[in-house]
Design a protein around this ligand. Structure first.
Ligand code: ADP
Length: 246
């Protein structure tokens, strides 16, 4: 995605996501339940942030809205100047394929495809020239440090390697936004550390990385923490860098 100089806010920041007065309600048998209310958030290009909060605080709901998996009940969300709140389902799915990479706790690689084939899968959405797909997959696997695992099936890889493969797959279409849902929840602490380092590198290269987690440890590794409580932003360290000196 191209961002012009005009997109730059004062201070060189380049806003990627702007959420304005966003709310989400669910209809339940017991009545209308408010999962999120009054969310105002600006997330910049290259931001490395964690959305933290207790179970039920609204983390998944927030992520589902900003990735276009679900729709806000109120308010507006723009990504790189494009409103996603007004898009049709079809347009939203196409938008998501090009603009958002998602990494899951349990990797969700297809077991019957090799690692390289898993990485090539999302390229269908963007119509990457078939003859270029393998080359691109190899480049991405090299970038996440598992180029030598490309032709194995996922079950032959360690948990950390599978998560790296999943990150490579999420990057297949070079999205400006990478969202990771509890990405280290299934990894030992050393491997988790490596994966967080990889996310930090990606953010330094301009990808916005949003990690959803209930693990407070991760909070110390990112640049910004957004804490949700009962569907509202309880605190946001934007502007105050929280990452410990490295
Ligand atoms: P978190 O990811 O922080 O655990 P969620 O975003 O999943 O929180 O949920 C926030 C609140 O919204 C919770 O109280 C949850 O029960 C409620 N909720 C989430 N999805 C639905 C749904 N589809 N229908 C009704 N309530 C829901």
């Amino acid at each position: 995605m191209k961002l012009d100089q005009d997109d730059r806010a004062p201070g060189g920041r380049v806003p990627l996501i702007v959420m304005s007065r966003v709310g989400k309600t669910y209809e339940t048998p017991a009545g209308t339940f408010t999962a999120l209310s009054g969310i105002d958030l600006d997330i910049d290009r290259g931001d490395f942030l964690a959305v933290v909060g207790k179970s039920g605080s609204g983390k998944s709901t927030l992520i589902n809205l900003l990735t276009g998996i679900d729709r806000a009940s109120t308010g507006s969300i723009t990504v790189a100047g494009v409103s996603i709140t007004g898009k049709s389902e079809t347009a939203l799915a196409a938008w998501r394929g090009r603009n958002v990479g998602i990494v899951f706790q349990f990797f969700q690689l297809l077991p019957t495809l090799t690692v390289a084939e898993n990485v090539m899968l999302p390229m269908d959405l963007c119509g990457t020239y078939v003859g270029k797909r393998r080359e691109r997959a190899m480049e991405l696997l090299g970038r996440v440090g598992i180029g030598d695992q490309a032709d194995k099936f996922p079950s032959a890889l360690s948990g950390g390697q599978q998560q790296r493969a999943a990150i490579a797959r999420a990057l297949a279409n070079d999205p400006p936004l990478l969202v990771a849902d509890e990405p280290t929840g299934n990894l030992d602490s050393r491997t988790a550390d490596d994966v967080l380092g990889l996310f930090a590198d990606l953010s330094a290269r301009g990808t916005t990385v949003v990690i959803v987690t209930h693990e407070r440890d991760i909070a110390a590794r990112v640049d910004r923490n957004i804490v949700l409580r009962d569907g509202v932003v309880d605190s946001d360290t934007a502007g105050r860098r929280v990452r410990a000196a490295e």
